[in-house]
Design a protein. Structure first.
Length: 132
């Protein structure tokens, strides 16, 4: 028996990058969106520069940003974030055209649809998910 939940478990994500301009160009080209600057709060730690993905705060799903901060490195082996897509093969092709690398072409995952995995221009592995 599963427990009833009132929200999705992920509320925000940050993808850390070395070259913010290069990463912004990659994600904008891959998803056909425009990222916007976000004023990060002064937490007393190293300053962080952020560019947010388009978000609708009243909608379901997690919002997030690309982030550049001293001492935090991008790369594989950490958390894998899946972006929702209409058809993940389209975004995988766009990612390759934008300088990324397709690690796993579109593949079926049974009743849950399809996924593809791509490496962005910063070395981060991201997932693409679609129902078709």
């Amino acid at each position: 028996m599963s427990e009833a939940v009132s929200h999705n478990p992920v509320g925000w994500f940050e993808i850390y990058v070395d070259d913010l301009d290069r990463a912004v160009a990659f994600y904008e080209a891959t998803f056909g969106v425009t990222l916007e600057s976000l004023d990060a709060p002064d937490t007393g730690g190293p300053p962080v520069t952020m560019k947010t993905f388009p978000m609708a705060m009243e909608a379901s799903g997690a919002a997030g940003a690309l982030a550049k901060m001293e001492g935090v490195r991008p790369g594989p082996g950490g958390t894998l974030i899946y972006f929702s897509c209409e058809d993940c093969a389209i975004e995988a092709a766009r990612a390759a055209e934008a300088g990324g690398t397709v690690q796993q072409e579109k593949m079926a995952i049974g009743q849950y649809g399809h996924i593809a995995l791509v490496k962005d221009t910063e070395g981060n592995l991201i997932g693409l998910h679609s129902q078709k």
